[in-house]
Design a protein around this ligand. Structure first.
Ligand SMILES: Nc1ncnc2c1ncn2[C@@H]1O[C@H](COP(=O)(O)OP(=O)(O)OP(=O)(O)O)[C@@H](O)[C@H]1O
Length: 204
């Protein structure tokens, strides 16, 4: 693979809610706005004022969305407040066509779906240093109820078990100190050869 083709392989980030995926991606996009990008999602919700079709979202009818689901066009899709949202394989490929590396923040089911395709991304697991730190960060973010934190912590066990299966991930980044974690994440994202962190035990 040429260095350019190698760089344009999508970058899949997964890891428990609160492990710091958005934080790390936010820093990367701020530092390198022209090198990386997100895919444009499909949605059945109506456009808000100023939202252009194909930019914020691909706005489609429910009927069209469901036909795309039937064709297997989506990496992942979900329903929120009666509207469907999803990421198509095509939208991810399109980012590479514009010369940027596509970043995908998805859960383990999305990873399983991508593994059935020829998209050939690099899989990075963003791990918290401990479950206690994860709980603390979810609390500190102030976006979750106590119930939602417990649900997210339970779901994190599934994500971790899957990440530990042989061959699932390429590299681990432990988000302990954010600047250290970002330094490693940046190297991987830019396609530099580097070793990842060791997967922490995370049993307590
Ligand atoms: N290394 C770090 N040390 C301390 N706090 C951190 C660190 N990294 C991120 N945080 C904080 O932890 C919280 C969770 O981080 P973030 O929202 O990036 O997680 P996420 O993995 O994107 O979660 P979700 O999957 O729910 O979107 C945020 O409030 C963030 O500011």
């Amino acid at each position: 693979m040429s260095p350019v083709t190698e760089f344009l392989r999508p970058l899949v980030l997964f890891g428990p809610s609160g492990s710091g995926k958005s934080t790390l991606v936010g820093k990367l996009l701020a530092e390198f706005p022209d090198k990386f990008g997100f895919s444009v999602s499909h949605t059945t919700r109506s456009p808000r004022a100023g939202e252009e079709d194909g930019k914020a979202y691909h706005f489609v009818t429910r009927e069209k969305f469901l036909s795309l689901v039937a064709e297997g066009a989506f990496i992942e899709h979900a329903e929120f407040s009666k509207n469907l949202y999803g990421t198509t394989f095509q939208a991810v490929r399109h980012v590479a066509d514009t010369g940027r590396r596509c970043i995908l923040d998805i859960d383990s089911q999305g990873v399983r779906n991508i593994k059935k395709t020829d998209l050939n991304p690099t899989y990075i697991f963003i791990s918290p240093p401990s479950v206690a730190a994860l709980r603390q960060r979810l609390l500190g973010r102030g976006t979750e109820t106590e119930d939602s934190i417990e649900t997210r912590l339970k779901a994190s066990v599934t994500e971790l078990q899957y990440a530990r299966e042989p061959g699932v991930i390429d590299l681990v980044v432990v988000n302990d100190d954010v600047e250290r974690a970002y330094g490693l994440f940046k190297k991987i994202a830019l396609g530099e050869t580097t070793e990842g962190d060791l997967m922490p035990e995370l049993d307590s």
